[in-house]
Design a protein around this ligand. Structure first.
Ligand SMILES: [Zn+2]
Length: 129
C-alpha cells in the first residue's frame, strides 16, 4: 500500500494523498461517472434517458462527498450534499414502481407501458392486471 501512495504522490506531487483525499476523489469520480452513463444511454436510444444507474451513482457519489465534507468540517460542502439523497431515492422508488407496473404482452413477451391498451410490437390487446 505504501508503494501505491508513493506512486500517487510522485505522479501528482502537489496533492497530499491520504485516506480522506481518496474518499473525496472517489466521490468526485463516481458522481461524474453518472453523466457518462446517462449520456451513453441517451446516445444508445437516441432520446433523453435517465437510467436508474444514474440515480445509484448520484447516491453513492454524493454520499462519499458528504463524508469528505464531514471530515473537512466544511459546512458549505456538508450542506451541498446533506439533502441530495432525497430526490435520488425518490427517483429510484418511482423508477421501481414504473418498472413493476409495466405490462408484458402474452403473445410476444414485449414489455409495454402501464397505460398501453395494445402491444406496440404485435398489436395484441393487453389485459389489465
Ligand atoms: Zn405483443
Amino acid at each position: 500500500m505504501d508503494s501505491l501512495w508513493q506512486m500517487l504522490a510522485a505522479v501528482s506531487p502537489r496533492l497530499d494523498w491520504d485516506f480522506w483525499k481518496c474518499v473525496g476523489w472517489m466521490g468526485n469520480t463516481v458522481f461524474f461517472s453518472r453523466f457518462m452513463v446517462q449520456w451513453y444511454y441517451t446516445e444508445k436510444r437516441r432520446q433523453v434517458v435517465v437510467p436508474s444507474a444514474f440515480w445509484w451513482l448520484s447516491l453513492a457519489g454524493s454520499f462519499l462527498l458528504f463524508l469528505y465534507g464531514l471530515h473537512l468540517g466544511d459546512l458549505v460542502f456538508i450542506f451541498a450534499y446533506v439533502f441530495t439523497w432525497i430526490p435520488y431515492l425518490r427517483n429510484l422508488v418511482i423508477h421501481r414502481r414504473h418498472k413493476a407496473a409495466q405490462q408484458v404482452c402474452a403473445a410476444c413477451e414485449t414489455t409495454c407501458l402501464p397505460v398501453a391498451h395494445f402491444c406496440h410490437h404485435c398489436g395484441l390487446r393487453l389485459q389489465p392486471s
